[in-house]
Design a protein around this ligand. Sequence first.
Ligand SMILES: [Zn+2]
Length: 267
Amino acid sequence: MKKLLLPLLVLLGVCGTTIYSCKKNANGRNTLSLVDDATVLSLSSQEYSTFISTNPPITGTPEAEMVQRVGIKLKAAVTNYLATKGQTDLIKDYQWEFNLVSNPEVNAWCLPGGKIVVYSGIMPLMPTDEDLATVLGHEIAHAFLKHGSERMSQQLLVDYGGQALSVLMSSKPEETRTIFNSAYGVSSTLGVLAFSRKQENEADEAGLYVMATAGYDPNMAVPFWERMKANSGGSSVPVFLSTHPSDDERIQHIKDLMPTAMTYYQP
Ligand SMILES: [Zn+2]
């Protein structure tokens, strides 16, 4: 019964009841919150260190320099963008890092705390700085919109009866790590939880504004996603594409946002 009831509560949206605590995210949407920032940042820092120790960053190549160059501009842009919304507290404990690692997977992620990793396998899909800014803007937006925390909260509700992350971390550290890594897509072997359409739309929107704030023409996001759409028809769909559905709806959404995005754009 419990197994059936809890997913049902998630579907109905437990926010609005007094059973579980909820928070508004940066977009003003009410989200389930069983996850506190301090625990998430601590987990993020541990998992990032573990990942980097086994996947040493590439340095000194044109692609590695591209990741640094675009990352540094986006870092400044996120702060400026959130300042326009009075929300810089969302990233106040971030210590940004941008790394390219040698890995054939088509993937890139940004952990809470500002740890960005780009896999070498995705680089051929991103020949220009604008392409990379499109992807990283989107990933950074997932981080400051706390979409991973939202997914972890849903997982905690369904699998652990609504236990708080901090409680689970002391009783079941391995399970806690698995939930975290799944929510942030750190390793494909764990089975990546796809973000919801709502979360994807939010990340597309905020990512576009961050990209524009950084001085990258947001119009360039359209041909990028069109290329992703063309690529996603292949027989083996890469991680990045399978967790980031590329379709006409997304491309139309981005086109609809363009007039607003251009208000952030300063070449
Ligand atoms: Zn996404």
